[in-house]
Design a protein around this ligand. Structure first.
Ligand SMILES: *Cc1c(COP(=O)(O)O)cnc(C)c1O
Length: 352
């Protein structure tokens, strides 16, 4: 395989920074299962505070945050309403059915965002035939649609309808901070109407692993039991929790640079023959563009881009490409990637 020089595949490509590595090395640690790891405790307190919740729990991944939330909130067979593009449907290997034993109930939102009216229309009472809705789940920002930001009012309206009908609310806040730095709306304001919320440390924030799930004291107590049950309980986890503490202190505000770079990339690609992109659709750190008119498939385009220029992007659909700037990507990298995309589109059109 060709060498990856500019990795725009995902914000999961972030590497721990020098400062983060030094901070991890110096972390105080203990047995987290006994509540004796100061670094884990610090991270959990920071996140609970940021999200305005009573307590929080450090977990090895965001996927486990979603899985445990579903398992604690729901009884087996319950319905969980979420968008058709959402992570538990596409990327969690059916865990919702296996672990929480719930039924995921997809609705079609716009850019991954459904409305209070849709929720009101879908949530009908449970009968002998129809299982009950127990939870709705919202993704901020919406990943597959391209890092799009749920408007605060729309989220609140959705939660209000759910709560009126006795349905709980959960936010998959894998990229909540991307929304926060872009809109200036606080984490607490976004989180307020949700029973549970989690954030991912290993995406744009740049930690190597981990997610933190927040909710009420009673919820977190039950979540602890699930963490133990499925092997998520660790020991001297402070080494990795420290990366999260560092990220929250030093690498949140810089997410605006990723957004600026995403915009820059989109603007530099726009207008290229064979490529369809609207820079106005770039809301946070993700750039999506369509290369169908070049005659190539996205897979072919991605392979050749990597081969020719060492630029790696992902291929969300047969003709769609996705590029995600992050803390390892400079403005110069973005310009080089844009040039490479333009050059490849030109060559492909010439070859036709
Ligand atoms: C990445 C992601 C997850 C899962 O997080 P991991 O830490 O990779 O397990 C869940 N939801 C969304 C929206 C994500 O982007």
């Amino acid at each position: 395989m060709s060498e990856v020089r500019i990795d725009l595949y995902s914000d999961t490509a972030t590497m721990p920074t020098e400062g983060m590595r030094a901070f991890m090395c110096a972390a105080e640690v203990g047995d987290e299962q006994r509540g004796e790891d100061p670094s884990v405790n610090q991270l959990q307190e920071m996140v609970a505070g940021m999200l305005g919740k009573e307590a929080a729990l450090f977990l090895p991944s965001g996927t486990m945050c979603n899985q445990i939330a579903l398992a604690v909130h729901c009884r087996s067979g319950d319905l969980v309403l979420l968008d058709r593009t959402s992570h538990p449907l596409h990327s969690e290997a059916g865990g919702a059915a296996v672990l929480a034993r719930v039924t995921l109930y997809p609705v079609d939102g716009e850019k991954g965002q459904f409305t209070a009216e849709q929720v009101a229309a879908e949530i009908t009472p449970s009968t002998r035939y129809f299982p009950g809705f127990r939870l709705i789940s919202v993704e901020q920002t919406t990943n597959r649609p391209g890092g799009c930001i749920w408007p605060l009012e729309q989220m609140r309206a959705v939660c209000e309808v759910a709560h009126e009908r006795g349905v709980l609310t959960h936010m998959d806040g894998a990229r909540l901070f991307n929304a926060v730095v872009e809109t200036g709306i606080s984490t607490q304001d976004y989180a307020e109407t949700f029973d549970t919320v989690w954030i991912d440390l290993s995406k744009g924030l740049g930690a190597p692993v981990g997610g933190v799930l927040a909710g009420s004291e009673a919820f977190i107590q039950e979540a602890w039991q699930w963490k133990q049950r499925i092997g998520g309980a660790m020991r001297q986890a402070g080494i990795i929790a420290a990366a999260g503490v560092y990220a929250l202190k030093h690498q949140v505000d810089r997410l605006v640079e990723d957004h600026r770079n995403a915009k820059r990339l989109a603007e530099r690609i726009a207008g290229t023959p064979g490529i369809a992109i609207d820079p106005a659709e770039v809301e946070t750190n993700m750039v999506r563009f369509d290369i169908g008119e070049t005659g190539a498939t996205s897979r072919e385009f991605a392979d050749r881009l990597l081969e020719d220029s060492g630029v790696r992007v992902s291929t969300p659909s047969p003709t769609a490409m996705r590029a995600v700037p992050h803390l390892g990507i400079t403005e110069a990298d973005v310009d080089e990637a844009a040039d490479a995309v333009r050059a490849l589109a030109k060559r492909l059109l010439e070859e036709r």
